[in-house]
Design a protein around this ligand. Structure first.
Ligand code: NCD
Length: 306
């Protein structure tokens, strides 16, 4: 079956995940050899209403390495016709006449779903507000498999802003597809994981634990997935933001209690939640993780366009 829209992490099953990861492995090889021309003649539009570095550039680089071309509006909230009052639906109806695939980042949860309803070309959700970020979760899982050799049986600590972080939400949905996975949520009180995800995990029999002591959790997990406190989602609740930031930090002391095989991940950008001293430790996987984004996005573009 052909992959079309990429909207939510729940849409993937184990079989499809396996296919995406095997394509991504081939893409690593291909990228090393200088890319290919399999997407020659195709055009990808990146329509971004929120800031981005990795997601937009890795999608654009992925498209170009496969011989395709790119059109882009990187600050669509200010510089596209949205600023004149155009609806998202109308913008998508227009862009789908110019491009063969649309990569969309938007500030509202559910935006990608709305776009998919009116689009004749594949929509790839590159983050919809506090909703989801499915391609990030794919590259996160790909990284875990590459670093640890397996996903079944792992325990993962998700740390930081679990209420507003879309990457942890998508990652929970994907992890629920695997066997014997355990999840530890370690979050400041004001940004704890939301009920919808906890209910989903319960329904899918994924054991999860809400913990306060990061050190204790760090000593027993295979993955620490640290996240940024999402300042932009707090609006005028500055006090809540101040209460959440700086509570949980990954530093040298935490590395010391981690197991030798365990890894530290982060979707990036980081602010101060991982100290720079951690970067030199081989268990710091976040820069390799960001690199894997290129291969996963090459794989996805090939799969939706050919
Ligand atoms: C994340 C995002 O945009 O949700 N960044 C990313 O795409 N790698 C995480 C974040 O902004 O904190």
């Amino acid at each position: 079956m052909r992959l079309f829209h990429v909207i939510r992490a729940q849409q993937f099953d184990r079989e499809l995940l396996g296919r995406i990861f095997s394509e991504a492995r081939e893409m690593e090889e291909l990228a090393r050899k200088g890319g290919s021309n399999i997407l020659a003649g195709k055009v990808m539009a990146t329509v971004f209403y929120e800031p981005s570095t990795r997601t937009r550039l890795s999608f654009e680089s992925a498209m170009m390495r496969l011989g395709g071309r790119v059109i882009s509006t990187e600050n669509a909230r200010e510089f596209s016709s949205a600023a004149k009052g155009e609806t998202l639906e109308d913008t998508i109806r227009i862009v789908d006449g110019y491009a063969d695939v649309i990569v969309l980042r938007h500030y509202e949860s559910g935006a990608a779903e709305r776009a998919a309803r009116v689009s004749n070309v594949p929509i790839i959700n590159a983050g919809d507000g506090p909703g989801q970020h499915p391609t990030q979760a794919l590259l996160d899982l790909y990284t875990i498999e590459k670093e640890l050799g397996h996903i079944d049986g792992i325990s993962v600590a998700m740390v930081g802003d679990l209420a507003n972080g879309r990457t942890v939400r998508s990652l929970c949905y994907l992890l629920a597809k695997y066997k014997d996975v355990k999840i530890y949520f370690v979050a400041p009180d004001v940004v704890r994981m939301k009920e919808d995800i906890k209910e989903y995990l319960t329904r899918h029999r994924v054991p999860f634990y809400e913990e306060e002591d990061l050190k204790e959790v760090a000593s027993k997990v295979d993955v620490i997935y640290q996240t940024r406190i999402q300042k932009e989602r707090f609006g005028d609740r500055i006090e809540d933001y101040e209460r959440a930031r700086g509570v949980y930090i990954v530093d040298r002391e935490l590395l010391d209690v981690m197991q030798p095989h365990a890894i530290v991940m982060h979707p990036l950008p980081r602010v101060d939640e991982i100290s720079p001293e951690v970067d030199e430790d081989p268990r710091a996987a976040y820069f390799r993780q960001a690199q894997n984004g290129l291969y996963i996005r090459m794989a996805l573009l090939k799969m939706v366009l050919t």
